[in-house]
Design a protein around this ligand. Structure first.
Ligand code: ADP
Ligand code: MG
Length: 224
């Protein structure tokens, strides 16, 4: 960790349990994690180890039982729902395995969706993203007219258009074939570096994890 870089994600002693069939199951048992601006971190762990839970808590989509989460200076546990929504809109980019594009909007309008809502639309930056993501020729198409890899590139462009402090990606290449996954990931790596945001990416692939700056592993509710 470089000392002079802004910390865009700080997680301290994070705990979360779920109730299932009358039993409490501890999923996160005291997770600690820091990500600096520009740092790209891969998160692996067995299925059910709590990777998505961790991302949901960071995004404020679910509440932790204990611990602290700071996203670019915002203390997630102390925000009310409206402030959490604003935090997600203004500081976070979210990318999931399902591309979650809006079917009735063109590629251009999907790309602009979050940045327009956040009041931070920057046409020059969006054009550059479209160019870099190989989407410039497809701006008037609709999501159903794109391949899976192209759809995921739109989702990544939409997330980065807002110039987030932190990009959270939950198995973003899980629905793509290996060559397309490599392609999408290397573009994401480069664009994150250019944007200067932090990246926390869940992946099943230790091969892909090894291509990021740091690889962390979630096991028995802790990051080793
Ligand atoms: P991963 O993403 O690593 O596969 P998850 O974070 O999705 O794992 O889930 C971790 C554990 O928490 C699993 O045992 C899962 O069944 C449980 N879990 C996740 N979300 C809920 C929920 N909303 N209610 C009850 N249990 C849940
Ligand atoms: Mg998951």
């Amino acid at each position: 960790m470089t000392a002079d870089k802004e910390i865009v994600l700080s997680v301290r002693n994070l705990t979360k349990a779920y109730s299932a069939a009358g039993e409490r199951i501890a999923v996160l048992r005291g997770v600690n994690l820091e990500i600096a601006a520009g740092e790209r971190v891969a998160l692996t762990g067995e299925s059910g180890s709590g990777k998505s839970t961790l991302l949901h808590l960071v995004a404020g989509l679910d509440r932790a039982d204990g611990g602290e989460i700071d996203v670019a200076g915002a203390s997630v546990s102390q925000l009310n729902e409206a402030a959490l929504a604003a935090m997600r809109r203004d500081r976070l980019g979210l990318v999931f395995q399902q591309f979650n594009l809006i079917p009735s909007l063109s590629v251009r309008d999907n790309l602009a969706f979050q940045s327009r809502i956040a009041g931070r639309h920057d046409a020059a930056w969006q054009n550059e993203l479209a160019e870099r993501l190989g989407l410039a020729a497809f701006l008037d198409r609709y999501p159903e007219q794109l391949s899976g890899g192209q759809q995921q590139r739109v989702a990544i462009g939409r997330a980065l258009a807002v110039k987030p402090a932190l990009l959270l990606a939950d198995e973003p290449t899980g629905n793509l074939d290996e060559a397309t996954a490599d392609d999408v990931l290397s573009l994401t790596r480069d664009l994150v570096a250019q944007t200067g945001c932090g990246l926390l990416m869940v992946t099943h692939s230790t091969r892909l994890a090894a291509t990021l700056d740091r690889h962390i592993h979630l096991s028995a509710g802790l990051i080793a």
